[in-house]
Design a binder for this molecule. Structure first.
Ligand code: BES
Ligand code: ZN
Length: 463
């Protein structure tokens, strides 16, 4: 291992140069204008897979953005790890809030700033460099690897489920490894064992059949912006609970053990509020902040628009208003069921004076992964060596929709071995990746490959 670790140490500058190239490609999956960039980014991933020594590298076209696949199967009898990640990124607006341009990776104070640096290109790159180091120094790996890197994670992994179903043989493995989440804090490694699901909805409210003069018509016609605001304001009650009937029906209650474990984590509400610049936190009564973030379902208005928003004043009573509203879900809620409950509730809340349409944009299911699996015990050992610290156990509020589908379709569990940090500005201006986490991540990954066979074979022998 020493030789591999010193190879990593000796190649830092080249890693930066390569990662900067990857981060320069604006692979914004939701933006149709970036279609050619998505293609270019997928191609970059495939080329990089070949350079580091993977075989059978392929681009699979989908109805959306291409899926990139590569493998190394030179360790017969040893476990096979399916590594999943994504090369697509979130939009960068508002651009003016970025200190350095989002697609020109820049190092400041030991942080690499760029869109996708942490979520998820930088974390995928950690795996590439871990594999490269092993193959360069040893000529082989202790485990078999299959890499599956998609371009639609940030828009709900719409085409990946069907691909996994179709390609069960190609993707068969003993476990999934994903680095697309955060450590508990700076230089505080953790294993994540839970993700929330998501139902993402759009609500369109239409009033009069055209924009109207607010003087000539105001007072006689229900303004769709007002109607929409009335609807949105009724989605939570005074205790911060979501008012949709039966919304909480399938929520798996927190166990006493889990609540106690959360309470033992190093956490301060005051510090958290201070970092976010809010004077007070807000959320469902009766639950702590970590419980609300990781184990309770929530509803957020992501955007709301309508009418005149330009400079100056225009006296208009607009014809339309819309909102994007998403709900984070926890086990055992179902994203399609919650979408139906939402739609029914909106219909009930909508005044007769306007027309309301609700659309499900995409959804993903919540996930809990076992913490006693060989993959997790190997990850714990690897983190100890990679970061010199014993990891904490945590859940996350974000979503990775494919995790549940891997379980359903391939029958395998996922290890969530994230190297980001909670304040990394993912999805926001000035996203960054902590460089200690980047290099600690590469070290951890090579240790993981090295540890896994022992952890997989150990328990089996005992049985
Ligand atoms: N990397 C995140 C998932 C994540 C976020 C894990 C926070 C842990 C903590 C991922 O790229 C992401 O943002 N996913 C989307 C999925 C959605 C579009 C279905 C999300 O959570 O909003
Ligand atoms: Zn991500």
């Amino acid at each position: 291992m020493d030789e591999i670790l010193s190879y990593i140490q000796g190649n830092k500058e080249r890693y930066f140069a390569e990662l900067k190239e990857l981060l320069a490609i604006p692979s914004i999956s939701t933006n149709p204008e970036n279609g050619p960039d998505m293609q270019r980014c997928a191609q970059w991933m495939a080329d990089q897979m070949r350079i580091i020594g993977l075989q059978n590298v392929k681009l699979f076209p989908t109805a959306g953005h291409p899926i990139v696949y590569g493998e190394w199967l030179g360790a017969p009898g040893q476990p096979t790890v399916l590594i999943y990640g994504h090369y697509d990124v979130q939009p960068v607006e508002p651009l003016e809030l970025w200190t350095s341009p989002p697609f020109e990776a820049t190092v400041r104070e030991n942080r690499l700033y760029a869109r996708g640096s942490a979520d998820d290109k930088g974390q995928v790159f950690i795996h590439f460099k871990g594999i490269e180091a092993f193959l360069k120094i040893k000529g082989s790996l202790p485990v078999n690897l299959k890499l599956l890197i998609e371009g639609e994670e940030e828009i709900g992994s719409t085409n990946l489920g069907a691909f996994v179903e179709e390609q069960k043989d190609l993707l068969s493995a003993d476990l999934v490894l994903i680095s697309d989440s955060s450590m508990f804090g700076e230089n505080t490694p953790s294993i994540c064992y839970g993700l929330r699901g998501l139902s993402y909805m759009q609500v369109d409210v239409v009033g009069p059949n055209k924009d109207l003069h607010s003087g000539s018509f105001g007072g006689a016609v229900h303004n769709p912006i007002q109607a929409l605001a009335e609807i949105v304001s009724r989605l939570h009650d005074r205790n911060g609970r979501v008012t949709i009937p039966r919304f909480y029906d399938d929520v798996r209650p927190l166990t006493r053990r889990e609540r106690e474990a959360f309470k033992k984590l190093p956490w301060s509400d005051r510090k958290f509020a201070g970092e976010l610049g809010v004077r007070q936190l807000y959320g469902e009564k009766g639950f702590t902040t970590l419980e609300r973030l990781w184990a309770r379902p929530t509803l957020e208005c992501n955007g709301i628009w309508g009418g005149f928003t330009g400079e100056g004043a225009k006296t208009v009573l607009p014809s339309k208003a819309s909102a994007k509203i998403s709900m984070r879900l926890v086990p055992d809620q179902s994203s399609t069921k919650v979408a139906r409950l939402f739609e029914r509730h909106i219909k009930k809340l909508a005044p007769k004076s306007v027309q309301t349409k609700t659309t499900l944009l995409h959804g993903g299911e919540p996930a809990i992964t076992p913490i006693d699996s060989p993959g997790v015990t190997a990850a714990v050992a690897a983190l100890r060596k990679g970061f010199g610290k014993t990891p904490l156990y945590q859940r996350e509020g974000g979503s990775i929709p494919i995790v549940v589908q891997f379980k359903e379709m391939l029958g395998i569990d996922t290890v969530l071995l994230g190297f980001g940090q909670p304040d990394e500005n993912a999805h926001a201006p000035n996203e960054f990746f902590n460089l200690d986490h980047f290099f600690g991540g590469i070290r951890t990954i090579v240790h993981f490959f090295n540890e896994l066979p022992g952890h997989m074979h150990g328990p089996r022998k005992k049985r």
